[in-house]
Design a protein around this ligand. Structure first.
Ligand SMILES: Cc1cc2nc3c(=O)[nH]c(=O)nc-3n(C[C@H](O)[C@H](O)[C@H](O)COP(=O)(O)OP(=O)(O)OC[C@H]3O[C@@H](n4cnc5c(N)ncnc54)[C@H](O)[C@@H]3O)c2cc1C
Length: 454
């Protein structure tokens, strides 16, 4: 069926000369890039910028008309922790994004220091990519892979006016769903052991016009919410109201809707989830206005362009990060990124949330091997779907860590393209040195192990 659509589009495109786009001249699409990054969320932004700054010719392919992934399209906010105690453990391109947001007035709020403005993040992401020399191809969906002898020869991208193939020496899958890895036959896992259910989806939304001084404590808001739920005015499985403040006075961000037992790699499930998320959002907005002091004059200002998807596929890579690694703050000789966010599993089939913290002030290492998939020789994976168990994934999925693994994957991809080697054969000490030179944060033990004088 897809073949028919494809053929039809290709035929129509033969009739007209392709227009030259500002960002990517389509006549260039026959060339072989050094690095093609698929997906422009936190991981993909960092991967493409890092790869371009390491000297690679880079194309970044994103399905939406803007970058940011869950941070913009999913309206996810704020950035979760990037500190272990007083030590900042995610720096590099992530810090540069913060600095650029800050310069635009899009960083930090009166009540939430790590809140950011999603519209200004879109602008910032465009800027940092274009200034670094990344070629952007927006409105383009990666939907196929031509794999020959365990190597991706090209990917198929569904992009107007016609589908096209894009060739690169090395590919980075930053789709959040491991779409390219899956298309290239990399083994992937999904959800928790036993039933394969993934964390629930959430449609994030914001209301403004709130008199924040009059808001009751969180416990009281939860009590009111549960009372309204008992009365049948709210039909949402989540057992409490999760909210954050934003960069704007009088605005509150809700991460409270919950759609369970849906699969983010199925358009059918996503369709049902979007509709259910909006239904819950409307009920919660009505409840806030009628039941919660301070919200009487509140109004809905924004909802995610898409429902937020916490978990889908995870690749099986050369190393699988585990809950024990996270909770014991494990250190690895091939550390390329770090995390300190707890294990945070929103119950896949109910209303609660399981949180398990690392020891205070501690962080864990993410090994390079978690970015290197089995079976395919010219692919790296960044962000949410790197190789980890369901539990470890629930920690490393947050945005600062996605930026960090993206920076590592992009840098690695550029080095592999430069030296014509497979990511499997990359000398990780060279990668670590490059990352340190870019201002990334690696754990002291990894640095001490690999470099004279640390
Ligand atoms: C409801 C919710 C609340 C969260 N809360 C927080 C929080 O408070 N703080 C925090 O730090 N993190 C939070 N997270 C986690 C975080 O937002 C994500 O895990 C993180 O954004 C993952 O980054 P990524 O780059 O790997 O993937 P994504 O952000 O999902 O980006 C993937 C990108 O790839 C694109 N894409 C996907 N498939 C294709 C394709 N086939 N072709 C082309 N493009 C494609 C997408 O459009 C997107 O731009 C939350 C997530 C959710 C869902």
């Amino acid at each position: 069926m897809f073949h028919t659509l494809d053929t039809h589009l290709l035929r129509s495109s033969e009739r007209a000369a392709e227009p030259a786009f500002v960002i990517l001249n389509m006549s260039e699409s026959d060339r072989t890039y050094d690095v093609a990054v698929c997906g422009g969320g936190p991981a993909g932004i960092a991967a493409s910028v890092a790869a371009a700054r390491t000297g690679a010719e880079v194309i970044l392919i994103e399905r939406y008309g803007f970058l940011g992934g869950m941070a913009t399209a999913g309206l996810v906010n704020p950035f979760m922790t990037f500190f272990a105690g007083s030590e900042q453990i995610v720096k590099g391109i992530f810090q540069e994004i913060i600095d650029r947001l800050s310069a635009k007035g899009g960083w930090g709020g009166p009540r939430e220091k790590w809140a950011f403005d999603p519209e200004l993040l879109k602008v910032t992401a465009d800027e940092i990519c274009l200034e670094s020399g990344v070629k952007l191809l927006l409105h383009s969906f990666v939907c196929g892979a031509d794999v020959r002898r365990a190597r991706i020869a090209s990917i198929k991208v569904f992009a107007k006016p016609a589908p096209r193939n894009i060739k690169a020496k090395v590919f980075v899958d930053a789709t959040g769903d491991a779409d390219l890895a899956h298309l290239a036959w990399v083994p992937c896992e999904k959800g928790r052991p036993g039933d394969g259910l993934t964390q629930p989806m959430t449609l994030n939304f914001r209301v403004a016009g709130v008199n924040i001084e009059r808001m009751p404590p969180r416990e009281e808001i939860n009590r009111l919410y549960l009372a309204a739920r008992d009365q049948g005015r709210i039909n949402c499985p989540r057992d409490n109201v999760l909210f954050f403040f934003t960069t704007r006075e009088g605005e509150v961000h809700f991460n409270t809707t919950r759609v369970i037992k849906v699969d983010g790699t199925s358009a059918r499930d996503l369709t049902a989830a979007e509709i259910e998320g909006r239904r819950q959002m409307k009920q919660i907005c009505d409840f806030l206005r009628t039941d919660v002091p301070g919200f009487e004059k509140s109004y809905l200002t924004a909802a995610g362009t898409q429902i937020g998807v916490r978990e889908t596929r995870r690749i099986v890579g050369q190393y699988v990060l585990t809950a024990e690694d996270v909770l014991s703050a494990a250190k690895f000789h091939d550390c390329v990124a770090r995390g300190s966010y707890p294990i945070d599993i929103h119950d896949p089939d109910a209303g609660g949330t399981v949180i398990k913290h690392l020891p205070p002030g501690e962080s864990y290492d993410i090994p390079y091997r978690c970015l290197v998939p089995l079976n395919v020789s010219n692919l790296l994976v960044a962000g949410r779907p790197i190789s980890a168990t369901h539990e470890a994934h629930s920690s490393l999925r947050v945005m600062p860590i996605a930026f960090a693994t993206g920076q590592a994957a992009g840098t690695a991809a550029a080095l592999c393209a430069r030296w014509n080697i497979s990511p499997r054969d990359l000398d990780v000490r060279r990668l670590q040195q490059e990352l340190l030179d870019q201002g990334a944060s690696l754990s002291k033990s990894a640095v001490a192990l690999d470099f004279k004088g640390g």
